[in-house]
Design a protein around this ligand. Structure first.
Ligand code: NI
Length: 249
């Protein structure tokens, strides 16, 4: 069930039976010559909505802009500074916690968000510690889950693409968007077949090292059929982990 498709009375009633909620979080950034700029936000959202159905979970609106400063050398990319994203995540969690949600599960679609999300969780816990809460009130727990790096999804990506998977504009994430949004499939020739690898610094350096935006990947191998397999595998894996998160103390 989607939070933004509920009335407040429905949310209040639902809180009586579950205090968990899923928050999809992604990024709006270039994804090479055939990847959609929304890839990371769209993948997180599609998987989170699938988990919402599979696990009867409530799913919040997607945080679609993340920490993507290194992609600003390419048209269309949007970023939040790390400090801004920390503020967005903290305010989102504090809002949800005020209503009684105490298990906040972030389904993430962007590697560049990981450090900032972890810092945001530390801010949330620190605020609670400084406020002297925590003796008799239920603890708020946050969890970060990257849809793309569980054992089952990693092994499927490896089986499908091996060394062509790479780390940015991957055939796996492009396949997932092709499955979810068949009307937006793009075709493009790419050279070299597998993009270069290397470190990430600022936007200018990124564009110099990775001229078409990809890192280590060959997303021309993407297909909607593979995207369906990746979707089913990710939903099953993430739904299982979400249930464990809710039942853990
Ligand atoms: Ni991506």
């Amino acid at each position: 069930m989607l939070l933004h498709h509920c009335t407040w009375q429905e949310v209040e009633a639902r809180l009586k039976r579950s205090t968990g909620i899923i928050v999809p979080i992604g990024s709006t950034e270039q994804h090479g010559p055939n990847g959609l700029i929304g890839t990371d936000a769209l993948c997180a959202e599609v998987v989170a909505h699938g988990v919402g159905e599979a696990a009867d979970a409530l799913v919040a609106p997607t945080i679609s802009v993340g920490m993507a400063q290194h992609h600003l050398g390419f048209a269309g990319s949007i970023t939040l500074r790390p400090s801004t994203l920390i503020a967005v995540v903290c305010d989102t969690v504090h809002s949800l916690a005020r209503h009684g949600f105490d298990r906040i599960y972030f389904v993430n679609g962007h590697g560049g968000n990981i450090a900032t999300l972890s810092a945001a969780f530390s801010e949330i816990y620190a605020e609670r510690s400084f406020n002297g809460q925590g003796h008799n009130t239920p603890a708020v727990r946050c969890r970060l889950k990257n849809w793309f790096d569980g054992p089952a999804i990693k092994s499927l990506s490896e089986e499908l693409y091996g060394d062509a998977e790479g780390s940015h504009a991957t055939p796996s994430e492009v396949s997932l968007t092709q499955y979810a949004f068949p009307e937006s499939v793009k075709r493009a020739a790419m050279s070299p077949e597998i993009a270069p690898k290397g470190p990430i610094h600022d936007a200018q350096d990124y564009r110099h090292r990775f001229p078409d935006g990809r890192i280590g990947s060959d997303p021309t191998l993407a297909s909607p059929e593979a995207g369906k397999r990746l979707f089913d595998t990710a939903v099953e894996e993430v739904a299982g982990e979400y249930q464990q998160f809710l039942s853990a103390g």
